[in-house]
Design a protein around this ligand. Sequence first.
Ligand SMILES: Nc1ncnc2c1ncn2[C@@H]1O[C@H](COP(=O)(O)OP(=O)(O)O)[C@@H](O)[C@H]1O
Ligand SMILES: [Mg+2]
Length: 310
Amino acid sequence: MARKLPEEQTVRDLKLTITDSTTLPRDKERGLSLVELREPQWCLEDLVLADSARKLLVRIVEENRSSQLIRGFGLWPMRRALFWGPPGCGKTVAAEAIARELYLPLAVVRFDAVISSYLGETSANLRKVFDFARQRAMVVLFDEFDAIGKMREDRDEHGELKRVVNAFLQMMDGFRADGVMIAATNHERLLDSALWRRFDEVVHFSRPDKHQIGDLVTRNLRQMPLAPNVFLKSLTARMAGMTHADIERVVVNSMKSTIMSGEKEISPTTIREEIAKQRERDNAASGHLTRESRTQKRPSRKRNASPPRR
Ligand SMILES: Nc1ncnc2c1ncn2[C@@H]1O[C@H](COP(=O)(O)OP(=O)(O)O)[C@@H](O)[C@H]1O
Ligand SMILES: [Mg+2]
């Protein structure tokens, strides 16, 4: 998979071209920028993923690398992907990696700016984003895409959500330009079943298994070794159920504690303490979420009818 990137300059040049030749779309009322351009830092190789997810991502990249060839036969490469799974398991960084592998700029759509309280303005904002994406090939990430799904609960009285979702689907269906559109969500159940069907590919980002946890620990350790009496196997068992981001945090914090205590190797006590801290943090967060969901209006069954389609 590893393909040597041309000089670092290239992605930066693309970014310059895009900001020079086009103005970033903005919300009319508030003047907020609807899109944020990012320079992709991650390659697919940097990601620790389940084989099934990696295969799908590689396929998206390969089809788009062969875009000319495929289009010569009157077909389209995969251009619309939905990424779903718990937060901190790599959806955003995978979108970055796809952009980097394809040497395309990454445009992250800011949903907080797209969703407007002015009637009709949200669809107008989405249209501006799609018009922008037509100007040149890029990877567009509709990150935290659940914001659209959540509107169903908040705004249904005006029927605006339905209009926004329909507008989004139509724009996505009608989108005939080079580049890849990715929508990412942590709450796949909030999304309408019609949405799931409209994507060429659906990629599930799961929490890491034991083998992947071990891989993440060693990748994040960089130069600092674990003390010889730390057993990776027992560590991975202790970290079962954590997300990639949690594991990264445990390792980074263990390294910092070790540096500050003037030691050269990460001791079993240090890493165990950091794991315990992370667990506490997770418990506090999930307690908060449970309280939050209890206070939210329960969605009706019909609205959330569709299970994830794979
Ligand atoms: N699959 C992965 N492989 C390696 N690191 C990961 C992975 N997933 C997440 N991370 C780490 O966690 C951070 C947050 O990941 P992110 O892609 O923002 O998660 P998500 O978008 O799924 O919430 C990343 O910046 C990266 O450091
Ligand atoms: Mg994300």
